[in-house]
Design a protein around this ligand. Structure first.
Ligand code: URA
Length: 253
């Protein structure tokens, strides 16, 4: 049994005072019957709680995918527009945090979760979650660049990168797969090979791709998608579990 007001705030309905006001206004119902008493005990899972006819889920783990547009910074708070503003209001209060970061100008797949353990797992280079980027850049990537990426680049400031995959698509266009998330990593890797990036989009992360999620929209992952993300590297990156810069990583579908 749980208090209705606690269940409402755990579901992201609002702060304690906002929840009080919601209850007072009659917008909350238990099993279809409007309920104004926040102290009422309910049985989550057995009884259905709605806010404006939308079913609430209580406290639960959430993993969300956003198709980030350019112009938003990856932060929970900032003076500039943040990616948090792109999430529906009732998700914004569930303790979601961005998994890693995309630069303000970078578009594409950005995950959020309120599960600290999963967040840590996904950003750890040891877990080798491959991330695929599409880049438009100056110059034309050649075999030497492909080999340099595969061997692990050393950037101008001495930063050593893990082996990565560079797939030239044609003049000024490439796909890049990296398993870590260093500051401006893809842009710096490309620049170090004389190919500064003018446009960057993350298209895949582990087994996930953007699919037809519109730019600026977010959706919750399915249980299968979350389970695939949590799978050990050995199930994602081939037989020995190592991400090998000479091969394309095995993105599960
Ligand atoms: N690498 C970058 O340089 N920028 C991003 O936003 C992501 C990866």
């Amino acid at each position: 049994m749980e208090r209705l007001d606690k269940f409402l705030s755990d579901s992201g309905a609002g702060t304690r005072s906002q929840v009080k006001a919601l209850l007072k206004s009659g917008r909350v119902a238990v099993d279809g019957v409007p309920e104004r008493d926040g102290g009422r005990k309910i049985l989550p899972g057995t009884q259905t709680v709605t806010l404006d006819d939308e079913i609430l889920g209580g406290k639960r783990r959430m993993v969300v995918m956003l198709n980030k547009p350019a112009g938003y910074v990856t932060a929970t708070e900032d003076r500039q527009k943040t990616v948090m503003e792109l999430l529906p209001p009732h998700w914004q209060r569930l303790g979601l945090k961005p998994v890693g970061r995309l630069d303000k100008a970078t578009e594409g797949l950005l995950l959020f979760t309120n599960d600290g353990e999963l967040l840590h797992k996904l950003i750890s280079p040891k877990k080798e979650v491959p991330k695929l980027y599409y880049a438009q850049h100056e110059g034309c990537a050649g075999e030497e660049d492909v080999q340099a990426f595969a061997s692990g680049l050393t950037l101008a400031d001495g930063t050593v990168c893990l082996p990565a995959v560079l797939e030239p698509l044609g003049p000024g266009e490439s796909l890049i797969t990296v398993c870590e998330g260093k500051y401006h990593q893809v842009r710096r890797m490309m620049a170090s090979c004389g190919m500064p990036v003018s446009y960057l989009e993350r298209r895949r992360e582990g087994s996930l791709s953007l699919g037809n999620l519109p730019r600026g929209s977010a959706r919750e992952l399915t249980e299968e998608e979350t389970a695939a993300l949590e799978a050990p590297a050995s199930e994602r990156n081939g037989q020995n579990g190592q991400f090998d810069g000479n091969d394309s990583p095995n993105f599960l579908n």
